[in-house]
Design a protein around this ligand. Structure first.
Ligand code: NAP
Ligand code: SF4
Length: 675
């Protein structure tokens, strides 16, 4: 008997029956752009072997002007067909099914040739789009339909027509981007003409018995977005036009509301899919911030959807579905929704991977093969670097002992998990715990490994982490000065007015921790919606609350400082930095760059500005918290070197600068794969 009866109920689509209710949602990983189609095929085949019922590829352009950037992968050149065939064949051999997403980026296409219903530039692109004329519109429809026919020819089981997130089709639907007065604009029946026509023509071109998913925007989160009545009208028309299923899209890319970041509550938007479901008779798929089989099961059990789409969770663990089916859910590597190795990479022009699974998109390159000659391996430090080394090495058949001087595993992850909005880190620490147990790692907590004790091992890995940097500010030994460790781990209480020295990742985290009181909005959907101004599209078109964001008052007055003369937070995650900055701004946090720290007194922190140390200023504060970065904790590495014991030094003990869990885990995995 499965723990997830709804998740593992087959779904009969008439001409095909899907074995379970899990869809791997579309992701732009950058793999296709490597043009290494064997690598692309292995990425999908590994996930097919992992038991997912149906996958959707990253968005494929139907023509050059619709590509997300010049040269983006598509299906419109003679070579494309053969390349895509490599993928579909491999997926089918692996027992899986795959649809190709047809993505016309419209005015989000990052190129001078971009096209749209009206010549209105998007706030997230420098390129003003060209307004299409009648012939231009017909060309776009024909190209999309042709891509549908070619997808069938290339062996796909179906297509997903991307109609949400503010891309081309979505742009026709709303006045925000469609100012036309011809038959493609004006009244809603005109604005919805294009998506409906596209679905009709794709169905005609690709034929029957071919999955056609339409991704519909349920809440645009932009001004002048669709109303709920319009969404329902469109959904019914799309069904009549020949769609097999409707998938859920949430928020345009230009929306100033986070929709998939880690601070968004789990399943924050499934209520909208649940509301659409009774309005149509085809299956509906829900999505966004669903990352465990338990959450997916609950959504299905509550009849909010017929199928659940998860995308990033399949970067974190290709075997998500198989592990859930085998009662091994605790071993599913959790997507913590950090975006650090997936979307942040994509938006920096780098290949995606995953913070918790460095093999993601590197399946052919990073392999965990059974060890030819099992060794005795000591790993010192149960932070992310050490735990990953231990898990991968033990999984390969080595005999691994993991030493940790604290009485619990996790290292720096234990600080992240107390930050409001970072609750997902709990699951990551739990996963490491489950994996250490299932791979048979001998865990010695409360044990400080001495060089002598490490001499008998074949390999020694030092992952002792970091120590806080001493900023050397006069007066920092005062009773009103705390380190981030005192605050996050030691439970030290900060006063009402706080100055934070250092505005890196940890300075921001500490600020978030100090301004929040009571329940974290990430744990309370209604609170979170109020904080970000998310309303109901049935009451306000686009679903933006008319009153705007209404954050709870801050628990403290916080000033966040750095020496660099730039905007604090500029170096935070590419796709998430704006969320952290906005969140603190909403809580009235003052951010100051370009300061010199002169001294700390009982009255607060004295700073000056610029190279000439001008404008002496007192930041009045009851507490000053030091978050001035970190240095490698190298005592053991140096002692081992002195004792002549060879060791691999990884993670923060190796290089503390710009260390994060992504680098620590990646380094641990790569070392362990090679031992
Ligand atoms: P960090 O990001 O390197 O920031 C250190 C901060 O301390 C900077 O603001 C720096 O700014 C300041 N600083 C450096 N030397 C100083 C000195 N001698 N005196 C005073 N201030 C000094 O380090 P972190 O905040 O400790 O974070 C550690 C790592 O964890 C980072 O790589 C970070 O990305 C990662 N992390 C990431 C997140 C996330 O949300 N993605 C969250 C937490 C941690 P100035 O030099 O300009 O003063
Ligand atoms: Fe999830 Fe972070 Fe991995 Fe992206 S990098 S898939 S958000 S855990």
């Amino acid at each position: 008997m499965t723990d997830y009866p709804h998740l593992f109920r087959p779904l009969d689509l008439g001409f095909v029956t899907l074995p379970n209710r899990v869809l791997m949602g579309s992701m732009h990983t950058g793999l296709e752009e490597t043009r290494d189609w064997n690598r692309v095929a292995e990425f999908y085949a590994e996930r097919a072997r992992g038991g997912v019922a149906l996958m959707v590829t990253g968005g494929m352009a139907p023509n050059p002007e619709g590509g997300v950037f010049p040269g983006a992968a598509g299906l419109y050149t003679p070579d494309d067909l053969a390349n895509h065939r490599v993928v579909t064949d491999r997926v089918h051999q692996a027992g899986g099914r795959i649809c190709m997403q047809i993505l016309h980026a419209g005015r989000y296409a990052y190129g001078a040739d971009c096209v749209a219903p009206s010549a209105i530039k998007s706030p997230i692109s420098p390129f003003p789009p060209k307004e299409l004329d009648e012939a231009g519109i017909e060309k776009q429809i024909a190209d999309i339909a042709t891509a549908g026919a070619r997808a069938r020819e290339a062996g796909y089981d179906g297509v997903e027509v991307m109609g949400s997130e503010g891309y081309f089709l979505n742009e026709f639907l709303v006045r925000h981007t469609n100012r036309r007065s011809d038959r493609w604009g004006g009244a809603y029946e005109n604005r919805m003409r294009l998506p409906v026509e596209v679905v009709k023509r794709v169905r005609q071109a690709a034929g029957e018995d071919f999955i056609l998913i339409y991704r519909i925007s349920l809440i645009d989160l932009v001004p002048e977005g669709s109303s709920w009545d319009e969404v329902v009208r469109l959904a019914r028309a799309i069904e009549a036009a020949g769609a097999t299923m409707l998938n859920t899209g949430i928020g345009w890319h230009e929306a100033r509301v986070p929709t998939i970041a880690t601070s968004v509550p789990r399943r924050a938007f499934t209520w909208l899919t649940g509301r659409l479901r009774p309005e149509v008779s085809i299956p509906v798929i829900t999505s966004n911030r669903i990352n465990t089989p338990g959450v997916a099961e609950a959504v299905l059990a509550e009849a909010q959807a017929d199928m659940v789409s998860m995308a990033r969770p399949f970067l974190a663990d290709a075997a998500f579905v198989r592990k859930a089916a085998e009662g091994r859910a605790a071993e599913i590597a959790p997507c913590i929704a950090c975006n650090q190795a997936c979307l942040d990479h994509t938006f920096s022009g780098k290949l995606s991977s995953c913070l918790v699974n460095p093999r993601a998109c590197h399946e052919t390159l990073l392999r965990y093969e059974p060890a030819a000659a099992p060794k005795r391996i000591a790993v010192v430090g149960a932070g992310p670097a050490g735990m990953m080394t231990a898990v991968v090495a033990a999984g390969r058949g080595h005999s691994v002992t993991l030493f940790e001087k604290a009485d619990r595993i996790g290292g720096q992850l234990n600080m992240a998990r107390v930050i409001p909005g970072k609750e997902e880190f709990d699951g990551l620490v739990d996963w490491f715990g489950a994996m250490l147990a299932s791979t048979g790692v001998e865990l010695r907590l409360g044990t400080e490994a001495a060089p002598e004790a490490l001499k008998g091992f074949d390999e020694v890995v030092v992952a002792t982490g970091v120590l806080p940097r001493d900023p050397g500010i006069p007066g920092q030994e005062g009773a009103n000065v705390l380190s981030y460790i005192d605050v996050l781990r030691g439970g030290a209480e900060a006063g009402r007015r706080v100055a934070i020295v250092g505005a890196g990742g940890i300075g921001f985290d500490v600020a978030e921790f100090l301004v929040q009181e009571g329940e974290s909005p990430t744990e309370d959907l209604e609170l979170w919606k109020r904080e970000w101004g998310v309303g109901d599209p049935a009451e306000a078109p686009g679903g933006l609350a008319p009153a705007g964001p209404r954050p709870a008052p801050p628990a403290r007055e916080v000033t966040l400082l750095q020496r660099k003369a730039e905007k604090p937070g500029r170096r935070l995650g590419k796709t998430t930095g704006w969320i952290h900055r906005a969140s603190l701004q909403m809580k009235g946090v003052q951010m100051l760059g370009g300061v010199n720290y002169e001294r700390i007194g009982p009255e607060g922190l004295h700073v000056s500005f610029g190279a000439a140390r001008e404008t002496p200023t007192l930041i009045e504060a009851d507490t000053v918290v030091l978050c001035a970065g970190q240095e490698p904790a190298r005592a053991l590495a140096e002692a081992l070197a002195g004792a002549g014991v060879a060791a691999h030094v990884i993670g923060g003990a190796d290089v503390a600068m710009e260390l994060d869990a992504k680098r620590a885990i990646d380094q641990g995995a790569r070392l362990a794969a090679a031992l």
